[in-house]
Design a protein around this ligand. Sequence first.
Ligand SMILES: [Zn+2]
Length: 117
Amino acid sequence: MFKNSIKEVLQERRKKIKSSLEQVAKKSGRGENNYNAVFPQYGRAEDENAEEVAAFIDGISMGENLKKSLDEIDLALKKINSGKYGFCETCGKKISKERLKILPTARYCLNCKEDKK
Ligand SMILES: [Zn+2]
């Protein structure tokens, strides 16, 4: 079934993103399960500080992108479970399989997506 293979793809992606998030969390010195970055207490030396802050901000934006993708995947998986997967959220029409293959987390059909630009 098409939906089952999509589900596998999504679950596989979800795993990868989760482990990347754990890496980001580790790098920023937080616990593995805490993805919510809180600005840490850095040393006072100015040079050192700037570097650490830059590294920290990189970590945040990376973590935020990952979290966003994770949310999209979760939403798609929920839809698969509730039988709503593959329908456009705007017009309710079926999203083409070709589109879903390229973008399994697509929420809108091509027509509606273009309207949103
Ligand atoms: Zn639509």
